[in-house]
Design a protein around this ligand. Structure first.
Ligand SMILES: Cc1cc2nc3c(=O)[nH]c(=O)nc-3n(C[C@H](O)[C@H](O)[C@H](O)COP(=O)(O)OP(=O)(O)OC[C@H]3O[C@@H](n4cnc5c(N)ncnc54)[C@H](O)[C@@H]3O)c2cc1C
Length: 279
């Protein structure tokens, strides 16, 4: 999809225009390669993953830029599998996974200390030159391989031409509590948005995207039947962060459980999700 207006969408490939009664925008977000790819078919995705795997095997010095959940999980997986690599995480703020519970950040910090993963706090990646990473504070770190784990960017370029007034400063689509797109001037009743693309102030999770999808379906049926619309209530969700296969953190509001049980839970959830998608 290349462009949308209030009445139709235009496809990228052939400029075909499709009119709609209802439109649901679920274009999500992009993440730096190799974590989440756009427009890549499964066969080439497999080849690309293999290439990345080979690079990882060969690299001695690995730098992970970003100490959010993705950076933490990645560093943990690498340190568990490969014992002789120098791993450094560069984190912009003064703690890991800063939007999470303090106990969660502390547990991850101690885990990495034990595993001899170096964490550089309060510094920002500037450039990669002669196999060295340079930060804004002029720290120089040897790096054969870098992973960018600096968060998501919204896939909303198709809004730019005609609907940019429904985008916030982070290019997220602004929605009301019924998930209809809305700005200060107007609400578009028959256009909904869900998932990572929305401006809802919560952790961007598949769990939340699925709940929003159910609300949108209910609301489309309600609009057809002139019934009141359902609200999407953003709630804290149980989050399980893996620290390799045998360690992890389960977090729900202020409750934090660490160790083997969260690790097994994460494996179970991932397995269940894969089975669900396969069927
Ligand atoms: C490394 C990583 C680990 C994660 N782990 C977890 C986890 O453990 N638990 C959890 O709940 N969440 C997790 N998440 C978050 C989760 O992946 C997202 O919240 C979820 O995928 C959002 O779903 P979505 O449908 O909104 O967007 P997406 O999954 O991004 O899907 C959007 C789709 O729209 C397509 N698209 C984009 N632009 C266009 C366009 N112009 N026209 C047509 N199609 C378009 C894209 O190609 C994509 O297929 C993780 C994310 C990452 C990156």
């Amino acid at each position: 999809m290349k462009e949308i207006t209030k009445k139709e969408v235009t496809l990228s490939e052939n400029n075909q225009k499709i009119k709609f009664d209802y439109l649901i925008i679920a274009s999500g977000s992009s993440y730096n390669s190799p974590f989440k790819e756009q427009n890549i078919i499964n066969v080439s995705r497999a080849l690309q993953l293999k290439k990345n795997y080979n690079k990882l095997c060969l690299a001695k010095n690995i730098v992970i830029i970003g100490g959010g959940i993705v950076g933490v999980e990645l560093a943990s997986e690498i340190v568990e599998k490969y014992k002789n690599k120098n791993i450094t995480i560069i984190q912009k703020s003064d703690k890991l996974m800063e939007r999470n519970n303090q106990k969660t950040a502390m547990y991850a910090k101690k885990f990495f200390e034990k595993k001899k993963v170096k964490i550089i706090y309060n510094e920002i990646f500037k450039k990669y030159i002669n196999k060295n990473v340079l930060t804004n504070k002029k720290t120089k770190i040897k790096a054969d391989l870098i992973f960018l784990c600096t968060g998501i960017t919204s896939n909303s370029s198709f809004m730019k031409k005609s609907m940019s007034n429904f985008l916030n400063e982070r290019n997220q689509i602004t929605v009301n509590k019924y998930l209809q797109i809305e700005n200060n001037q107007e609400t578009i009743n028959n256009i909904f948005a869900a998932g990572d693309i929305t401006d809802i102030n919560e952790e961007k999770l598949a769990q939340n995207a699925e709940k929003q999808a159910s609300v949108i379906i209910k609301n489309m049926i309600s609009l057809e039947n002139n019934k009141p619309l359902a609200k999407y209530n953003s709630k804290p969700r149980i989050m399980v962060i893996s620290l390799g296969r045998f360690n992890g953190i389960l977090q729900y509001k202020s409750f934090v459980l660490t160790g083997l049980i969260p690790a097994f839970l994460k494996t179970f959830v991932e397995f269940k999700t894969m089975v669900r998608y396969k069927s």
